[in-house]
Write a new protein. Structure first.
Lengths: 243, 243
DNA sequence: CCAAAAGTGTTCTCGGTACACCCATGG
DNA sequence: CCATGGGTGTACCGAGAACACTTTTGG
């Protein structure tokens, strides 16, 4: 490229991809709360500390594919939403080596997350009360949380925590959990329906001892309106196989 | 590649930093239009094609510093606004080698841009009618343009095209040029003043044959309101020396 | 005095919020 | 028939759009 600085002397800059993963898990009173999986570092530096799932970028793998792969390796799940967050490259963020990390953030379905893989080197923690993590990973997760909360207010990502069909009450519970604030059910309903991105399935959810609510499905094709962020894929990631 | 891949075999992935630079230049009728500087490639691949200013990331240089440096090298200017845009890393975006580019976007003052460096290998073009560029750089500039237009509607970046002080009419001209749409002067004035981020200088701009308008100054400290994107630096970059 | 842009006032619409109220179901 | 959430109606409020109108300057 035009103004040649020779790349990488004897201590080359290394390129990593990490992923901040969010899922909702019910707390003791049954209300959903944001959780995120961490992995224990099994190498120096920062051996033993908890860190974001990730790894070096294989030369032949797409950035997004690398993010989805580490997501699957640590949780056994496929993301329902996946978006690039930011690239962190401060010279001193990793002791000794220069590491530039392209960080993605992802949402996974909450009920699937319940059966997610765990083990001695994988641990789920509440996203709002993180322990001290390796490198600058606390700051990264806080930024991802900020993005999630900002985006849930103006977009329709909340459905990515839920299954294929859901009731408006379930969707509202998700948004309330993310924003940590109760919402008016009547107004929430109207706002969501006005977005034009929900389709009735024609079915209702029976079984509770109240009026059975309608089930809806998210429709990504409907009512694009103003052109969206071109780097964010609007198609669903659901169908992507977990293999 | 399901399992940990050692970084960088014999064809290592290379890390570049590029910058999309925007400035306003008056067209023949005096109305400002968005322009962007390009550099001619002096090496293979894509030798001779026009491309974004950029280069390999030196191991000891911060990402943002690298972006500011290439900006200065190609234009002789310092940015008044500089923000990370996105990281592009498709496997096939550069023939032969894997290149991951961390792209920044920047605004420079319009009157300074008029005296900007140019030469046989640097050329300014209108941002809306780009020629065919090297690699995926057309797509990158289009994305940067989208971000600029989106952001100018809900934030206060427009002032970054102007000098230290400016009139509301000048600021409105800038926004109109970016959005390519006329705005109501009366409403624009109120919206801007209501943002709480403009301070009167006490001076007026005399000389025209109409009522002399007040001069304002942008105040980044005032009225933070909702907490902003933490990766975007709110302090002014103006004082940063061009050396 | 007139042209031209600065600057103010007023009305309207629309999206979001608060909250009263009716509807359908299981027990 | 009653408790519980589903679902509807409606009034209010504040931000932005449209546009009429007054103010201040140079010529």
């Amino acid at each position: 490229m035009p103004h040649p600085t020779e790349p990488d002397g004897d201590a080359p800059t290394r390129l990593a991809v990490s992923t901040v993963i969010f899922a909702l898990r019910p707390d003791r009173s049954g209300h959903p709360v944001l959780w995120t999986p961490l992995v224990r570092r099994t190498r120096e530096p920062q051996l033993g500390l908890w860190a974001l799932p990730g790894g070096w970028l294989p030369p032949a793998e797409e950035l997004e594919a690398a993010a989805a792969r580490t997501l699957r390796l640590t949780t056994g799940l496929a993301p329902t939403y996946l978006e690039q967050l930011y690239t962190f490259g401060e010279v001193d963020r990793s002791p000794g080596v220069r590491v530039v990390s392209v960080v993605y953030w992802a949402l996974v379905q909450s009920d699937e997350a319940a059966r997610a893989t765990a083990g001695p080197n994988v641990r789920w923690v509440p996203a709002d009360t993180l322990p001290g993590l390796a490198f600058d990973h606390n700051r990264i997760i806080e930024y991802a949380l900020w993005r999630l909360r900002t985006k849930v207010e103006y977009s329709q990502i909340a459905h990515a925590f839920l299954g294929e069909t859901f009731t408006l009450a379930e969707l509202r519970e998700v948004v309330e959990a993310v924003l940590q604030r109760p919402l008016d059910p009547a107004n929430f309903r109207r706002t969501m329906l006005a977005s034009g991105r929900l389709r009735e399935t024609g079915e209702r959810l029976a079984g509770a001892r109240n009026r059975p609510p309608k089930l809806y499905r998210y429709d990504s094709t409907a009512l694009a309106g103003a052109n969206p962020d071109p780097t964010v894929r609007t198609e669903s990631l659901r169908e992507r196989p977990a293999s």
